[in-house]
Design a protein around this ligand. Sequence first.
Ligand SMILES: [Mg+2]
Ligand SMILES: [Zn+2]
Length: 270
Amino acid sequence: LLCFSSIQTKPAATIMASNSSNISSDKRFLIFFDFDETIVDETSDDLVVQAAPGQHLPGWLKDTYQPGRYNEYMQRVLTYLAEQGVTESDMRSIMEKIPATPGMITLFQFLRTRPPQDFEVVLLSDANTFFIESWLRRAGARPLFHRIFSNPATFNKDGRLVMRPFHSHDCARCPSNMCKQVVVRDYVARRTQERGRPYQRVFYVGDGANDFCPALSLGARDVAFPRRDFPMHRLITETHEAMPGEFKAVTVPWVSAEEVVQRLRKLVAE
Ligand SMILES: [Mg+2]
Ligand SMILES: [Zn+2]
């Protein structure tokens, strides 16, 4: 992972600006990434439990989980961890040790070494900003991302990580705190207006059921990259069978993200 830092060429400050008008308007392609099980080979919310006493959560806490209310549950987990004395640096060191998925660092290097007018890169995750930023900085990959959309999480004065829901929406398919399709649609519409022209293609790299909803909004020129045999891939396959024509994007499943690189190499050469 660390060798990736050495190929950074852009100062982080130019990329970290939150105002999208600071992103240049000449990019040909927009690529979205999920985080858990897509960029990293684990689920960060599950791994942070390693910081708990005995490396597990008490049953009474696990019993408070309600379907569709995962974000509130995770807020209670973070509160519990703080009460047990788990610190910012404890959590950061757990995040920093999560391995990247196979081929992912190669994909990042590919994106970083393309001409600047090729890729606008956006991360879209139902984890939280602290976990994601911790991992990306350690991997030297933070400057690659023009924008990160995730549940905002900051430490309060007592040292507790306080996470809030990303937004509210009325998509019945998605958890109450985040519909990634709403984020993708809003982002593409706003950026298309700011740029005064559409992207040549939009790409989406993901694994989860909540990555299927945004991929449904992609068009026939766009490409969905679902991790092979993960829920996003299964939902795409089921939709092709049950409702032909409903899922429009070209689908390229991957086991190693080097397969994503191979497809992107062909597409950028067009
Ligand atoms: Mg995921
Ligand atoms: Zn949705």
